[in-house]
Write a protein that binds this ligand. Structure first.
Ligand code: MTE
Ligand code: MO
Length: 431
């Protein structure tokens, strides 16, 4: 660890001075990939040729189509309809199920995003293998017990799918996008405990030349549009890996549940959910820049307002959600306490405003701390005086001054919907 600490402070070492920011990293690697200066491991030559032949946009569109559930069900935990809305291999949290909950999203209602299905792994035989040109020695293995014996750290952070809110591109903006039609429930905040990736990299013998790490899941290969894209994987720069990335084995004080990556997953705070690879099996540590289909094809903003090769997704945008059913019915003339939560990938939430008429905005009252990597809980008292259809709006401003806009910039894969969501409710006479 001493070596790493010194290195982290070394201004001469270029890899430590940048690229912890997702956008900067992704831009750099995309340019290197196009110039033939980055490698894409994990695909056969044939697969690679087909990938190239298929073309970015067409492949991306095909690849993000909702998956089909197998008979047994790809997700292990129960998905009661009052807690989840299920889309193929994915399930989103119903926001009304967060009402009355504490700061954290309980495991029984945390969203699941599986490209294929949840593998059920045995911690006793599980191994994490680190290998590659960025290590001094050959492959280095860690058992579950090895990781448990290393110093641990805890972080409270949200994991959010970059496509969270995607359905509102269509329902609010009339735009066609590909991918799972999430409302706002593809996000959850948990308390993650595990070993810093920095600790494990130091034990494995990281060289000064290492630039990227490529964590890979043990779930089945992802096959889409007739192309096997291999294991779910997405590179990270060593700088980010050393900064705040966790190899998590606990979620909210319990061993990681199967659907959330048992025995060990990555938690990459403030980066898009795809970076937090579940069911870790191998981590390539490379002295060469790396890419994967999850950086070249997916997680790029494509469409008329973007260059042909697309631009990378940025940090998660500012969002707000009401802890109410979609189309909830509320009693006329009665005082309601509307509750909700707001969060941002740029840092903590500074202010939340609510509008019940679409014209006037009033401050909501914070009822939790606003954590940098978590969310802010808030409430707003409301007494609707007349019966009818209403549209509730909440908009948050984060610490960087970014406030949720009325319209989200269109991109074909429907990433980063950060606009104010119009939540319909009916106010009716009480019984
Ligand atoms: N191995 C593996 N890791 C994965 C995925 C996957 O399908 N396989 N899905 C990713 C995506 S797109 C998201 S948004 C998060 C979701 O984490 P969760 O299912 O624990 O909520 O896991 C990421 N890690
Ligand atoms: Mo995701």
């Amino acid at each position: 660890m001493d070596v790493l600490t010194v290195r982290e402070r070394d201004p001469e070492n270029a890899r430590m001075t940048g690229l912890t920011e997702e956008t900067a990293y992704d831009w750099t690697r995309a340019a290197q990939w196009r110039a033939g200066q980055a490698r894409l491991p994990g695909l056969s030559r044939r697969g690679l040729l087909r990938l190239t032949a298929a073309g970015g946009l067409a492949l991306a569109a095909a690849g993000t189509a909702p998956g089909t559930a197998s008979a047994a069900g790809p997700i292990v935990k129960p998905l009661p309809p009052e807690l989840f809305e299920v889309y193929g291999t994915n399930a989103e949290t119903r926001w009304e199920a967060m009402r009355g909950q504490g700061y954290l999203t309980p495991v029984d209602r945390f969203f699941v995003r599986d490209h294929t299905s949840t593998p059920v792994l045995d911690a006793a035989t599980w191994r994490l293998t680190l290998f590659g040109s960025g290590l001094h020695r050959g492959p280095v293995e860690f058992t579950y017990r090895d990781l448990r014996a290393l110093p641990s750290e805890t972080v409270t952070a949200f994991i959010e799918c970059a496509g969270n809110g995607r359905s509102f591109f269509t329902s609010q903006q009339g735009q066609t996008v590909s991918g799972t039609a999430w409302k706002l429930g593809a996000v959850g905040v948990a308390r993650w405990r595990g070993v810093r990736l920095a600790t494990v990299l130091a034990r494995a013998g990281l060289t000064r030349d290492a630039v990227d790490v490529l964590p890979e899941g043990l779930d089945p290969d992802y096959v889409t549009g007739g192309v096997n894209l291999g294991k779910v994987r997405r590179p990270l720069p060593v700088a980010k890996a050393l900064e705040d990335v966790l190899l998590a084995y606990e979620m909210n004080g319990q061993p990681l549940p199967p659907d959330h990556g048992f025995p060990v997953r990555l938690v990459v705070p403030s980066w898009a959910g795809i970076s937090s690879i579940k069911w870790l099996g191998r981590i390539e540590v490379s002295a060469e820049p790396l890419v994967s289909p999850w950086s070249t094809q997916y997680y790029r903003l494509l469409g008329p307002d973007y260059p042909a090769e697309g631009t990378p997704v940025t940090e998660q945008v500012v969002k707000s959600a009401f802890e109410l059913p979609w189309g909830a019915t509320l009693a006329v003339g009665q005082r309601q306490v509307l509750r909700g939560r707001s969060w941002s990938g740029h840092g903590r939430i500074r202010r939340v405003e609510v509008s019940t008429d679409g014209v006037t905005w009033e401050r909501a009252k914070p009822i939790s701390p606003a954590l940098e990597r978590g969310w802010l809980q808030w409430e707003f008292p409301w007494r609707p005086r007349t019966a009818g259809e209403y549209t509730l709006r909440a908009r948050a401003t984060d610490i960087t001054g970014v406030r949720q806009p009325e319209v989200a910039p269109y991109n074909t894969q429907g990433y980063l919907f950060g606009a104010v969501v119009r939540h319909p409710v009916t106010v009716a006479a009480g019984r």
